[in-house]
Design a binder for this molecule. Structure first.
Ligand code: AMP
Ligand code: MG
Length: 335
């Protein structure tokens, strides 16, 4: 089967073509350069840029895959969660193609897509644990079986990616901050002690306290005219931000039956997280398999949406209709 998948939930316009599980093309058109000067994604601008780009991205993805629209069997798209104006553009493009070519529409949950990005690396083994770490989410998703999602822990306030972006903004490093902090952290030393947030036995997270602690630290240093290296701040923040993910993962793995753990979302690209998670599994949980998505599929992309759609189709799940809506908020448990 040939699947054309569209992702437009935030600031990336992306279209992928899959032949079953084989990725024929995955075009990602990033809007970062346009949002950078605002220090974050400007929703109005994001939807307008999606409108400008979407047809070109569809055309390019088809050309690279050497596939004609007439050969496509399914149209998949991200239904939510995300920015409503952004989601609408991808959804309307998907509906238009489905209507014109009389094809079934396959709506996909964005975070399920991030989890299924791991399917390009490894077969899934259930029960499985997914650690979803992105700009809007930080949660443990437990999967007893294919496409069955249960949230067993989540952030009580900010997402980890949001904390990375905010700390980067205060340090004047630009947007998105995650990759910049990650790079700087390796050039500095974690000399500033910061509190380990929500350091308890629960499976929940909290990142707003850590974010405030870093901002207060920077303000205090500046008020005292003490010089500091941004690298050391980045390193101190990253150490604690990742440490708590590792600790909480250890709690879950000690308490729940898990055959495989998959890391998902933009922050899955974080080098410290990838290394520390590999160490944790190698040292303490030898019977658990770890899956890390390839770096090119950590951020938002349509390939992951196509992969998740493929399993949705195989499982004969209900398909979408032309009157379905985009969902700005959408729990993965409802997918
Ligand atoms: P997503 O919400 O899945 O699109 O992921 C975007 C988020 O991932 C943003 O908050 C980025 O700052 C963050 N991010 C991307 N790369 C990294 C990285 N290497 N380390 C930490 N955060 C990252
Ligand atoms: Mg995302």
């Amino acid at each position: 089967m040939i699947i054309l998948a569209i992702e437009s939930s935030c600031d990336d316009t992306s279209v992928a073509i899959l032949k079953d599980k084989e990725l024929l093309s995955n075009v990602v058109s990033s809007q970062i350069a346009f949002h950078n000067k605002y220090g974050g994604v400007m929703p109005e601008l994001a939807s307008r840029l999606h409108v400008e780009k979407i047809t070109y991205v569809i055309k390019e993805a088809l050309e690279i895959a050497n596939v004609k629209l007439e050969d496509v069997n399914y149209i998949a798209f991200t239904q939510g969660p995300g920015l409503i104006g952004s989601l609408h553009v991808g959804m309307q493009a998907a509906k238009t193609l489905a209507l014109l070519y009389n094809l079934p529409l396959v709506p996909v949950h964005h975070l399920a897509g991030h989890i299924y990005a791991n399917r390009f690396e490894k077969e899934f083994q259930f029960p499985m644990l997914a650690l979803v770490v992105s700009g809007g989410h930080t949660e443990f998703v437990y999967m007893e079986d294919e496409l069955k999602f249960k949230i067993i822990g989540s952030t009580l306030d900010d997402a980890i990616g949001e904390a990375y972006d905010k700390v980067a903004r205060v340090l004047g490093l630009g947007y998105p901050g995650g990759p910049i902090i990650d790079k700087l952290a390796h050039e500095g030393k974690a000399i500033y002690p910061l509190p380990l947030p929500k350091n308890d036995q629960s499976f929940d997270f909290s990142y707003s306290g850590l974010k405030s602690a870093v901002i207060n630290l920077i303000h205090k240093l500046e008020k005292r005219n003490e010089s500091y290296l941004k690298e050391d701040i980045a390193s101190s923040f990253q150490k604690v931000a990742v440490e708590i993910l590792i600790k909480k993962t250890r709690h879950v793995l000690n308490q729940m039956p898990v055959k495989m753990i998959a890391i998902a979302g933009g922050v899955a690209a974080n080098q410290e997280l990838r290394t520390r998670m590999q160490e944790l599994i190698n040292k303490e949980f030898k019977n658990v398999e770890l899956s890390l998505p390839r770096l090119s599929l950590c951020g938002d992309n349509a390939a992951m949406i196509g992969m998740c759609a493929y399993y949705r189709i195989l499982n004969n799940n209900e398909f979408g209709s032309l009157d379905c809506s985009a969902l700005a908020t959408y729990s993965i448990e409802k997918f």
